[in-house]
Design a binder for this molecule. Structure first.
Ligand code: PLP
Length: 361
């Protein structure tokens, strides 16, 4: 059975060498006579692997010593609640940018905890555009400023970062984490569910500036308290060992291909191959997102009718290109092209697009 090109938004494609390594080591981890996922997380083997994973993330992303890398359960969704629980208590207000489906979810949870000030809202433009970061301002007394660097469903991606002064900048980077270089020092907190670009589902990577911990309230249950996770090095309770291991292998793979500078170049290459196929179709395919907001991770496009889209998706499946159906909330097509997607995958999709447009145009 051959591997297909998997364009799913998440869980999503993983590098083949990572899967092969897991296959080779899953039964007997490096001669220990048992699997890594059968071992106590308090033992030396898991502890070393865990620390290597955290160190690799730190190294690849260039995380300064002022920040701590955590790996937590609960996905990025738990962070939607944990962030306000830790930093939006006591009558404070937080700034949020409402850029689409994921930002909305973050806002929804924050509103349950405290006051939310929407500094920018993409609603009128159907969430197809983004704010100009240089024109954004944080409220001077905001508890923090929240943004979503890449809207996985809408296919819009910030190209630059806002300047928010002393207000802590918090970013949901779930779907473009590790796909480009990021000035981590600008951010008070970055979080990313692993299953989009860093590994399998079951873990969320959180990078936070340690001075932020002074703002946490006393009355918070242990698992939701960042201070405890920092103090216990993400080992307060049983960590998602399998996910951590797979993230570590994915980070090793990423380092092997040249780290973030290489990932950034490949992302540009893959995405332009598909956007160019849209452009040369002369309207057979359309991308609703304006040029300057287009995502290099999730390329959304439409065909003229839903019937044609269904036919296109069927044809794609025949060619072993899968996961191209747009999110159920927006319809259309979507190609998620994360780090592990070979450039050949993007080329195969572009070729299908060309040929399908010729025979159905
Ligand atoms: C997928 C996604 C989430 C939710 O992640 P879970 O790990 O499923 O909780 C949040 N934000 C963005 C931008 C996403 O793409």
């Amino acid at each position: 059975m051959g591997r297909i090109f998997n364009f799913s938004a998440g869980p999503s494609i993983l590098p083949v060498p990572v899967l092969e390594k897991i296959r080779d080591e899953i039964v007997d981890f490096q001669g220990k006579g048992m699997s890594l996922i059968e071992m106590s997380h308090r033992g030396k083997v898991v502890d070393e692997m865990h620390n290597q994973c955290l160190a690799l993330i730190k190294e690849l992303l260039g995380v300064p010593d002022t920040h701590k890398v955590l790996i937590l359960g609960g996905g990025a969704t738990l962070q939607f609640g944990m962030i306000p629980m830790n930093f939006l208590w006591g009558g404070k207000t937080a700034d949020y940018t409402n850029t689409g489906a994921w930002a909305k979810k973050a806002i929804e949870d924050a509103k349950k905890i405290g006051k939310v000030n929407i500094v920018w809202d993409g609603k009128d433009a159907n969430y197809l555009t983004l704010p100009n970061p240089t024109r954004l301002k944080a409220s001077p007394d905001a508890a923090y400023f929240h943004m979503t660097s890449n809207e996985t469903i809408g296919g819009v991606q910030w190209q630059d970062w806002p300047e928010v002064g002393d207000v802590p900048l918090i970013c949901d980077m779930s779907s473009d984490f590790m796909s480009r270089r990021v000035p981590v020092e600008k951010f008070a907190l970055i979080y990313a569910g692993a299953q989009k670009n860093a590994g399998p589902a079951g873990a969320c990577i959180v990078i936070l500036r340690e001075d932020l911990l002074k703002k946490c309230p006393e009355s918070i249950i242990n698992y939701l308290d960042y201070r405890l996770h920092v103090k216990e090095n993400s080992m307060y309770n049983t960590p998602p060992v399998f996910a951590v291991w797979a993230i570590k292998l994915t980070m090793e793979w990423l380092k092997g291909i040249g780290g973030l500078p290489a990932a950034e170049k490949l992302a540009a290459e893959r995405s332009s191959i598909i956007y160019e196929a849209i452009a040369r179709s002369q309207g057979f395919y359309t991308c609703p997102v304006p040029q300057d907001c287009r995502s290099k991770m999730n390329v959304v496009f439409r065909l003229k009718t839903e019937e044609l889209e269904a036919k296109f998706l069927e044809e794609a499946k025949k060619r072993k290109l899968d996961g191209l159906k747009g999110h159920r909330s927006v319809g259309g097509c979507r190609a998620s092209i994360y780090n592990a997607m070979p450039v050949d995958g993007a080329r195969a999709l572009a070729q299908l697009m060309d040929e399908f447009a010729k025979t159905n145009g």
